[in-house]
Design a protein around this ligand. Structure first.
Ligand code: ATP
Length: 365
């Protein structure tokens, strides 16, 4: 058993969030038993249903629980018909990012054999890193006069956050090269031909790039890059960008490799990690046992990688690798959920992943 029992805060949220979260917990339970990793779960409410009941989408107590947890696994939060007085949706995941300074969202997008894609590509393996505390979300709390004539949002780029973000991007390119054989290349996406904030962001990027002579880099304008993500997805390794550009490009990249149902993510700072699928609450399929659990299961694998990195725990790294190969086997051979061309349920796919995991682990024992 690992020397500590890791405390994992579970936030199921709304829509399909609870279903996909429970699927990931089932897989975590199976893997923790085999690899003797201690996991202690604490479940907390957050999201639109909580807001409807109480007027807040995440409570101070839940924030404290996140603070003291080793890591967080989040389902999804928000419902289109639950809105704040200014017309926006509730976003506890953004509140968490801001409160804990989770400046980077890591969104790996890999094309798995067996998953249908409409794009001509064979070997897509990219990591989109979205900045998550500033950029075009920087002015979220600016006091404004609501008007029917004109409303503005602020885009701010700071040197401190950019330096940390780009250093992380270069480190990730290095470690992916070592573990996955990717080229070791970072691409910045920006609009530096028009926006002064983005010209500054590019300048800081080039400064940080100088510190990593073994990693190559380039920049692309966000508009041209959006097209290239679809027409030449294989050219990308690590992609790093501003908050809203990253929000959009990570979904384009997810679409290229088969959709949101298989796209995991991790929002991290140097101390905290919150892992969740890239998708939202998909209310139209909630409660029907149809949601693809793979994105959340792969997010749970990222959570284990994070624990391994933070606590130098090799068992967590091995457990994460075991989850990924079980997911790969099931995506290749089925069963699959309808969003990626199958007819199976959330529960059937989850059981298949657990069986594949158990078969592999016991044959290696
Ligand atoms: P948000 O604004 O909260 O990020 P979104 O606009 O990205 O949400 P989602 O809730 O992610 O929207 O879902 C968009 C569509 O993608 C859904 O209607 C659903 O068809 C599909 N989808 C998303 N996640 C899954 C999943 N896990 N399994 C199957 N289909 C999914």
């Amino acid at each position: 058993m690992s020397p500590v029992a890791y405390k994992i805060a579970l936030l199921p949220g709304d829509g399909i969030g609870p279903e996909v979260l429970e699927a990931a917990v089932t897989v975590l339970d199976a893997v923790s038993k085999h690899f003797r990793i201690g996991l202690r779960y604490e479940r907390h409410d957050a999201g639109a249903e909580l807001y409807r009941r109480t007027g807040e989408s995440i409570s101070p107590r839940t924030m404290e629980a996140i603070e003291s947890a080793h890591a967080v696994l989040f389902g999804a939060a928000g419902l289109p018909d639950v809105r704040k007085p200014d017309g926006t949706e509730i976003t506890p995941q953004i509140d968490i990012r801001e409160r804990f300074g989770l400046f980077a969202s890591l969104r790996p997008c890999r094309l798995f054999p067996g998953v249908p894609t409409r794009v001509k590509a064979e070997a897509v393996n990219m990591l989109v890193i979205r900045e998550t505390t500033e950029g075009l979300f920087a002015g979220r709390h600016d006091p404004i006069e609501l008007s029917d004539e004109s409303v503005s949002d602020r885009l701010t780029i700071t040197r401190a956050t950019s330096e940390r973000l780009f250093a992380l991007a270069f480190e990730q390119a290095r470690s992916r090269r070592q573990s996955e054989g990717t080229p070791g290349h970072v691409t910045l996406l920006d609009k530096s031909n028009v926006l002064r904030s983005n010209a500054f962001m590019r300048k800081v990027f080039d400064e940080v790039a100088q510190r990593y002579p073994d990693v190559t880099s380039d920049h692309l304008y966000i508009d041209a890059a959006s097209m290239m993500l679809v027409t030449e997805p294989e050219r990308f390794d690590v992609v790093v960008t501003e908050n809203v550009f990253g929000d959009i490009t990570s979904e384009i990249a997810a679409g290229v490799v088969g959709g949101l149902g298989i796209a995991p993510s991790g929002d991290i700072s140097l101390e905290h990690g919150v892992f969740q699928p890239s998708h939202g609450t998909a209310p139209s399929i909630a409660g029907q046992n149809k949601a693809n659990p793979v994105a959340t299961i792969l997010s749970a694998a990222m959570l284990l990688d994070w624990l391994s990195y933070r606590h130098s725990d090799k068992e967590c790294r091995n457990a994460a690798a075991a989850i990924r190969s079980a997911v790969e086997a099931v995506l290749r051979e089925g069963p699959r959920t309808p969003d990626i061309g199958g007819t199976s349920s959330t529960g059937e796919v989850t059981s298949a992943i657990v069986h594949s995991l158990e078969a592999t682990v016991s044959s290696e024992a």
